[in-house]
Design a protein around this ligand. Structure first.
Ligand SMILES: O=C(O)c1cc(=O)[nH]c(=O)n1[C@@H]1O[C@H](COP(=O)(O)O)[C@@H](O)[C@H]1O
Length: 273
């Protein structure tokens, strides 16, 4: 998917919501567990109930890897279902990969070609040659961890060397990578006050912003400091939406939570015009 197609979807749906599919067998309704593939059935029900309210889905790969081969199969079925039924959705493999060049190439093939995801999250720590293999793929997006939502973000990402905080250095230097127009960045909603500084370095790149809902980040603050001319934001909520209920009404409850965020987003988009 091109960035412009994503922007068009945001305006059409008046939403920049990304729903995180962090699907945990211990948290899904009991009645689904009798089915052959409970994880896929849960995801399918959530997607069918919420697709009109969001522009992106982000399966977190850890939740699938945790179940071995059957988890990978559930992931494959989920991405195939999204691509077949809702091809307008931007899909994010939240895999947080990155390795020496030839290994990164294999990761890129696995997620961009094998599973046909639109994007993948990548840790920047191993540098240019670990990121560039992902950037080679046309109309695929590499989402680099810049300033994450967790407490540990302060261990390294905000430390200063040569007068510059590390997360700023990651963003600034990554702009010089080959095909850097395919870069997006992760900035946690819990660090919204940093967004203005980040927008000084990258006025237009899309930001994936997790941390509203269960982690307590503020949607209003994210928009105040982070919204760009082309919106430039994908705000993710996982647990706050998909586990709104653990009963038979789980999909309806997820829809209601997604609808609350979408209606706030519609107002914020309108006031940004
Ligand atoms: O890359 C991510 O998506 C990510 C980066 C980050 O800084 N913080 C963060 O929470 N995430 C992911 O975003 C999701 C947040 O989930 P909830 O806290 O349940 O909304 C999880 O899948 C996290 O792994």
């Amino acid at each position: 998917m091109t960035t412009q197609q994503l922007v068009d979807q945001i305006h059409k749906k008046r939403s920049f919501l990304c729903i995180g599919l962090d699907t945990d067998l211990d948290k899904i309704p009991a009645h689904l567990k009798q089915l052959e593939d409970p994880i896929f059935e849960f995801n399918k029900a959530i997607i069918d109930a919420t697709h009109h309210l969001c522009v992106a889905y982000k399966p977190n790969i850890a939740f699938y890897e945790a179940y071995g081969l059957s988890g990978w199969k559930s992931l494959e079925k989920t991405i195939e279902y999204l691509n077949a039924e809702y091809p307008e959705q931007f899909t994010i493999a939240d895999a947080k990969r990155g390795d020496i060049g030839n290994t990164s190439t294999r990761y890129a093939k696995a997620f961009f070609e094998g599973m046909n995801f639109d994007s993948i999250t990548i840790a920047p720590y191993m540098g240019k040659d670990s990121v560039e293999p992902f950037l080679e793929f046309e109309n695929k997006h590499t989402i680099l961890l810049a300033l994450t939502s967790n407490k540990g973000a302060f261990d390294f990402q905000t430390t200063v060397s040569d007068g510059e905080e590390l997360y700023k250095k990651v963003i600034r230097i990554s702009k010089s990578y080959k095909n850097s127009e395919n870069l997006m960045y992760v900035v946690g909603a819990t660090k919204a006050e940093y967004l203005a500084k980040i927008r000084n370095i990258i006025p237009n790149n899309f930001l994936l912003v997790p941390g509203v809902g269960a982690q307590g980040g503020s949607l209003e603050e994210v928009c105040r400091y982070g919204m760009s001319e082309n919106v430039g934001l994908l705000v993710n909520s996982s647990r706050g939406i998909i586990y709104a209920s653990d009963q038979a009404d789980f999909a309806m409850a997820a829809k209601n939570e997604a609808a609350k965020l979408q209606s706030q987003m519609a107002v914020l988009l309108e006031s940004a015009r």
